[in-house]
Every structure is written in structure tokens, then in C-alpha cells.
Design a protein around this ligand. Structure first.
Ligand SMILES: Cc1cc2nc3c(=O)[nH]c(=O)nc-3n(C[C@H](O)[C@H](O)[C@H](O)COP(=O)(O)O)c2cc1C
Length: 173
């Protein structure tokens, strides 16, 4: 099977998740194509059997260029098996999962995306890359009173085992 992994990333964690997905898909004996939503001209669905989409949530939305691509390539996506990985910090917390799900529901309403499998994937706090505004948003809006070390350069919440299991299950469908 040939699998397209199409991702968007702002601080890098979803890029890391996309590369992990690529390694896992290849370990299972499939061919992959890794595409960044920032380079839409490179994107082709020719010969692609399945698609793994991965995008982070910033201020309650997935990146606009990623959403625009999903809207424009809606028919090509609908003709293939699709796994959507929605990466956010709310996904890391049991009481945040409903909100994490809302980001995805709203994105699907805007883009018309229909995924066969969806996963809410916990992202990371990357304090070393934030400007003042991002620091304030992450500390006071997203993380609120949740436990993490705001002084650490990076705090990764991604559950790699769960992600691997999700990808394996999707490809076995
Ligand atoms: C400015 C900013 C806004 C964010 N907004 C949200 C949000 O509304 N909800 C949420 O669950 N996570 C939010 N996050 C957390 C990101 O989804 C998380 O850090 C993710 O790992 C980012 O992925 P990326 O490194 O691929 O950009 C925000 C992060 C930043 C820096």
C-alpha cells in the first residue's frame, strides 16, 4: 500500500508525529510519501491508497492552510482511506478531551472532511520557541492550572505507544 502523510506544524511537534507515523507505516512494509501543507504544489494523490493527516490546534483551530487544502482536495480524500490526527494539549487531559473533540468537529464542518479513523493526539509545550503572546496563551488559556514545568524548554505529552497502536489499527482495517 502507498500511504500519503500530509501534515502541518507550527512549533514542530506535529512534524515529529508525522515522521513517527512515516517510520511506523514503513516498518509495516508500506511505501510512504511525506508532504508538508506549506508546500501544496508538491501534493499529488496519484497511486495513493491511504492518507494520514496530522495537524496541530492553535487558538482552537487547525492551521488555515491545512484546512484550505482539505477543502480543495475533498474529493481525492473521500476516495481514500483516511486517518486524521488532531494534535492539541487539551487531548492530553481527561477533562480536556471534549474540547479537543470540538476542534475536530468544527474543522470537519468547515472543510467537509470525512475521516475513517480519528485520533486526538496530545502535543507538547515548547516554551523555548514561544514569544511573549504564545507564552501567555499556553500558560493562562490552554494549560490553566494543569501541572507542567513552564520553565522547562519542552514538555512532551504525546503518547507514542497509543499513536503506534492507532496507526497499526488503521492500516489493518
Ligand atoms: C499560541 C498557542 C495556542 C494554542 N492553542 C491551543 C488550543 O486552543 N487548544 C489546545 O488544546 N492546545 C493549544 N495549543 C497547544 C498546541 O496544540 C500544542 O503545543 C501542539 O503540540 C502544537 O503542535 P506543533 O508543534 O506541531 O505546532 C496552543 C499552543 C500555542 C503555542
Amino acid at each position: 500500500m502507498k500511504v500519503l502523510i500530509l501534515f502541518a506544524t507550527i512549533e514542530g511537534q506535529t512534524g515529529k508525529i508525522a515522521r513517527f507515523a512515516q517510520a511506523e507505516v514503513e516498518a509495516l512494509g508500506h511505501e510512504t510519501v511525506l508532504a508538508n501543507a506549506d508546500d501544496p504544489m508538491e501534493l499529488t494523490f496519484h497511486d495513493i491508497d491511504a492518507v494520514i493527516l496530522a495537524a496541530p490546534v492553535h487558538e482552537r483551530r487547525h492551521p488555515q492552510n491545512f484546512e484550505a487544502l482539505l477543502s480543495v482536495r475533498k474529493d481525492e480524500l473521500a476516495a481514500r482511506k483516511v486517518l486524521m490526527l488532531s494534535v492539541s494539549l487539551n487531548a492530553a487531559f481527561p477533562e480536556g478531551r471534549d474540547e479537543a473533540k470540538e476542534y475536530l468537529v468544527e474543522m470537519k464542518l468547515r472543510t467537509g472532511l470525512q475521516a475513517d479513523t480519528e485520533m486526538l493526539v496530545a502535543g507538547a509545550v515548547r516554551s523555548s520557541q514561544y514569544d511573549y503572546f504564545a507564552t501567555q496563551v499556553v500558560q493562562h488559556v490552554v494549560m490553566r492550572n494543569r501541572e507542567y514545568d513552564a520553565n522547562a524548554e519542552e514538555h512532551e505529552f504525546t503518547d507514542w505507544d497509543a499513536l503506534k497502536a492507532g496507526i497499526d489499527g488503521f492500516l489493518a482495517q
